[in-house]
Design a protein. Structure first.
Length: 154
């Protein structure tokens, strides 16, 4: 029986600030101390994004805390990390980003059942302020309705 992928970190701001159009899963090119640190859950996706440079995709402004046991062989906490995607996917993403003004944002980091560290990316469009307020209002009314229904069933 396979164990499901374990989520290590989640970027909670994505669903609030952006409209998610598409999701992708990409591998990460990491150093050894980064892998150990991520397995401990010491990664932050806050304010990070992905961009295409010279036909390659990089994760920018992602913070991976240094691993204590690595001594002098430790990694730099904030650096551009290469994302592993197929060439066709990269070309398609680059075209959409240039044409429509969309953004690539990391949604979550997970460890697969085979021990590989993957990054879930989303192709997003930024929400306007009024759209954010409407989403909050809708979420609150839905919560109140569920509470009322639950109360009536008692």
């Amino acid at each position: 029986m396979k164990s499901p992928a374990r989520t290590v970190a989640v970027n909670k701001h994505v669903s609030h600030d952006y409209e998610i159009l598409e999701r992708f899963e990409a591998g990460l090119a990491l150093q050894g101390s980064e892998v150990k640190s991520i397995r401990d859950g010491r990664i932050s996706l806050k304010e990070s994004y992905a961009e295409v440079k010279n036909g390659e995709v990089f994760l920018v402004k992602c913070h991976v805390s240094p691993y204590e046991a690595a001594n002098i062989f430790n990694h730099e906490p904030v650096r551009d990390r290469k994302l592993l995607l197929h060439r066709r996917e990269i070309k398609r993403l680059d075209g959409k980003i240039r044409e429509r003004g969309l953004t690539l944002v990391p949604v979550r980091v997970l460890i697969t059942d085979r021990g590989k560290i993957k990054l879930e990316l989303a192709l997003v469009r930024g929400k306007r302020e009024y759209e954010k307020r409407e989403a909050i209002k809708k979420r609150d009314t839905d919560r109140e309705m569920r509470a009322e229904i639950k109360k009536r069933w008692r």
